[in-house]
Design a protein around this ligand. Structure first.
Ligand code: GLY
Ligand code: MN
Ligand code: MN
Length: 435
């Protein structure tokens, strides 16, 4: 049987067209060692085939070969080293392809599928080497014009179809995301319960990622961020090498990848288990923004309106704390809050942590719809030496990030497995664990 998403995609293609999707390749890490393989996400979403060096060709107008896979052949001497492959027969038998070929035949066979169709769906810019293969194939087909053959005249980004599909999660997708979020939350809880001043950031990283694997995640959806002290103010810090000191804040931004869907959670907590006055003040300011934004989530709300709400709340809170002065309106107008809150409030979430899908349609920010999933992650970051700020606030970076599903009537927060109220965090941190 053909994969459901692939069938849906083909129904949305122009009848006189062909689509080509290339899977990912093994990438060399060093010497003869590769990075862990991760399939190209659109390819996986459509085919569910999780092997390197595959190409899928979709030809809705073809009399027989509507879905063709090019795959690595089964070679016993190679399988001994790297595992059993799907192979040409398996691609037809187990993956619903109408025909399958050894990937080494691609250059010979691809022109046949690309001729006499008007449109080619292919996403240029993803894979420079494969772009060259596609361009060479178009050229090859064009050169056969005197034989009555023509090549595609329009190249369309298949993202216009497949990314819109990926944005609207079905129940299976949501269940994977719920599990990814639950596992992510358990990792954060474990980190809070193990954290002690005197540990290194990488020890917490190891605890979080141990829980992810223990609970059946394939690993992380993105490199874990575990920062303490000054490092909490570096947005994508992930060296995770410093000693965690008494009095530090600790910021962990980590998400498990489960069945190719990613969680994305940030929690921030005091290393010693008790918020100082200044830490708590900043924490409550960010928490207020996180909660206000989540309260707004329901179908029809503009994605930009959510960010604007976070900006308003953060600005109000910074004014209350005396970290900004003047009126809300003038601070927003001059974007003074951006010294402390310098990123957006969220992003789409799915098989990619920063998931695909347009944020604007024509000139308007998109209105959220049931089945869309995104993060809500306001923050305030005050690095040491920030001008005009009392030293009490130095090296306090706080981000609180939850994952939210838009439902028919509002929202479902799927990251409630880890607390975010300051008092709950303090309580949890008293339940110390050690390894
Ligand atoms: N973990 C990256 C982000 O929160 O966007
Ligand atoms: Mn995020
Ligand atoms: Mn994150």
């Amino acid at each position: 049987m053909k994969p459901t998403r692939l069938v849906e995609f083909m129904q949305k293609m122009d009848p006189n067209s062909v689509a080509v999707f290339a899977g990912a390749h093994d990438i060399r890490r060093n010497a003869d060692t590769d990075f862990e393989f991760r399939q190209e996400t659109d390819f996986y979403y459509l085919t569910r085939l999780n092997e390197p060096d595959c190409v899928a060709v979709l030809s809705p107008g073809h009399p027989e070969h509507k879905y063709v896979l090019f795959v690595r052949p089964r070679i016993r001497e190679e399988e001994i080293w790297t595992g059993i492959r799907t192979g040409v027969e398996g691609a037809v038998r187990d993956h619903g392809a109408d025909a399958a070929f050894d990937i080494s035949n691609l250059a010979d066979l691809l022109p046949g599928y690309m001729q006499n169709v008007d449109k080619l769906y292919y996403r240029l810019g993803n894979d420079a080497r494969f772009d060259q293969t596609v361009i060479a194939t178009i050229k090859h087909v064009r050169e056969k014009i005197r034989g009555g053959v023509y090549g595609p005249t329009t190249i369309i980004d298949p993202g216009t179809i497949v990314h819109e599909m990926r944005m609207r999660k079905n129940e299976d997708d949501l269940n994977c995301l719920r599990r990814a979020a639950q596992i992510s939350a358990e990792g954060h809880v474990a980190a809070m319960r193990h954290c002690q001043p005197g540990m290194y950031e990488y020890e917490l990283e190891a605890i979080v990622e141990y829980v992810f694997r223990k609970q059946g995640a394939t690993g992380v959806g993105y490199p874990s961020i575990v920062g303490s002290g000054f490092n909490t103010t570096i947005l994508h810090y992930n060296t995770n090498n410093d000693l965690i000191k008494d009095g530090d804040m600790v910021l962990i931004d980590a998400g498990a990848e489960y069945k190719v869907f990613s969680g994305d959670i940030t929690r921030t907590f005091p290393a010693n288990g008790k918020f100082s006055r200044a830490q708590r003040a900043i924490y409550e300011a960010v928490l207020a923004a996180n909660k206000e934004v989540i309260r707004m989530v329901k179908p029809g709300v503009s994605f930009m309106a959510l960010h604007e709400k976070a900006v308003e709340v953060v600005t109000d809170e910074l004014l209350k704390l005396g970290l900004l002065s003047g009126s809300r309106a003038e601070n927003i107008e001059k974007a003074t809050y951006a010294r402390f809150f310098m990123h957006r409030t969220g992003h789409w979430l799915g098989m990619d942590v920063h998931d695909v899908g347009r944020y604007k349609l024509h000139d308007d920010w998109r209105k959220i719809e049931p089945g869309m999933v995104f993060t809500v992650e306001p923050g305030i970051y005050i690095a040491e030496g920030t001008e005009g700020v009392s030293e009490d606030y130095f090296n306090i970076g706080v981000r609180i990030e939850d994952d939210v599903v838009v439902t028919e009537s509002g929202s479902e927060v799927i990251t409630t497995g880890v607390p975010k109220e300051a008092a709950e965090i303090e309580e949890l941190m008293k339940q110390t664990l050690t390894i």
